[in-house]
Design a protein around this ligand. Structure first.
Ligand code: NAP
Length: 285
């Protein structure tokens, strides 16, 4: 039995699907009872409802399991405390393996949500539990909420300059890599960065989308103040707004650029390209 935290989120559901496809039993930790049906539909055999920050919920989630795949909610102010609690639960349950879903370049201290993940990595390395750390790049799936606007207006809008270079990865490839490290031997003690593409400017991303959509698409920068007004109006909490604005500044200055060699090796095939991802999205439209 493998326990997955953050199970009802987009990463959790993809990881559950990938494990279930391999016949691996999964126990999903979800926050709300209404999320149980969704994770069972992805293939979770068991569910536990509880708060990830609550040690007793984590203890119940890992009881009798062999491994834990820990996914903290996105841009969570308590990522370090939650990580500590997850590591403690894994140690107390004497799990054979804990895998932590981190992020590409956690050492980028100017982005608090990356830095907090580095601190969790540090705790895990020191915990004495067989571990693996996965460091995914930005998901190609982050484009999906903007797909209709891109298709309708031909504009790829981001609150950082179109010249900013980011590596991207298909979440389905990340989930497959997670299933590989969880179900095949030989990955303990490893820290793997997971990139599907080399660095791409937003102009290049727009060009690829234009080719697949058969429409002109251009990359534009949304003023950060405008992004902030929209995010606040949509109800995004103050910590997430501030943290993501720090991320946009970092992207503008440095981008977030990794290398796809490790993912290619882990999957035993070429990672999904942005063209392949965009074609898949179009085939489901
Ligand atoms: N998006 C990317 O490009 C990217 C790239 C690399 C790494 N990552 C990392 O991937 C991780 C997962 O991101 P995601 O977007 O898949 O997450 P997400 O959609 O925010 O999902 C998190 C899940 O955790 C649940 N949750 C929130 N607070 C909880 C709590 N206190 N106790 C139990 N469950 C709780 C949420 O439930 P509710 O629906 O009830 O809130 C949701 O189901 C993040 O750590 C992120 O930094 C993301």
């Amino acid at each position: 039995m493998i326990t997955v935290t953050g199970a009802a989120g987009k990463t959790g559901r993809a990881v559950i699907r990938a494990l279930a496809q391999r016949g691996q039993p999964v126990r999903a930790l979800v926050r709300r009872p209404t999320q149980q049906q969704a994770v069972r539909a992805e293939g979770a055999a068991e569910t536990v409802v509880g708060d990830m920050a609550d040690p007793s919920a984590l203890g119940q989630a890992v009881e009798g399991a062999t491994a834990l795949y820990h996914i903290c909610p996105n841009v969570h102010p308590d990522e370090m405390a939650i990580g500590r609690a997850a590591i403690d639960a894994a140690r107390e349950a004497k799990l054979a393996h804990m895998v932590y879903h981190s992020v590409l370049h956690p050492q980028a201290g100017a982005m608090p949500h990356h830095w907090h993940k580095l601190r969790v990595e540090e705790m895990l390395v020191a915990a004495g539990i067989p571990f693996t750390i996965l460091q995914p790049a930005a998901y190609m799936q982050n484009l999906l909420p903007h797909w209709r606007q891109i298709s309708a207006d031909g504009i790829l809008a981001n609150p950082y300059p179109p010249e900013a270079q980011l590596s991207l990865v298909d979440l389905e490839d990340v989930a497959e890599a997670a299933a590989v490290v969880l179900t095949q031997p030989g990955h303990t003690g490893a820290i793997y960065e997971l990139c599907g593409t080399g660095p791409k400017s937003q102009h290049e991303v727009a060009g690829i989308l234009a080719n697949v959509l058969g429409l002109p698409v251009r990359a534009e920068m949304t003023p950060v103040a405008e992004w902030e007004r929209t995010a606040v109006a949509a109800g995004l909490n103050a910590y997430a707004v501030q943290t993501l604005m720090q991320m946009f500044v970092y992207y503008a200055e440095h981008g977030l650029m990794g290398n796809s060699n490790v993912l290619r090796w882990l999957l035993g095939r070429q990672p999904t390209t942005l063209t392949g991802f965009a074609r898949r999205v179009m085939s489901h439209e």
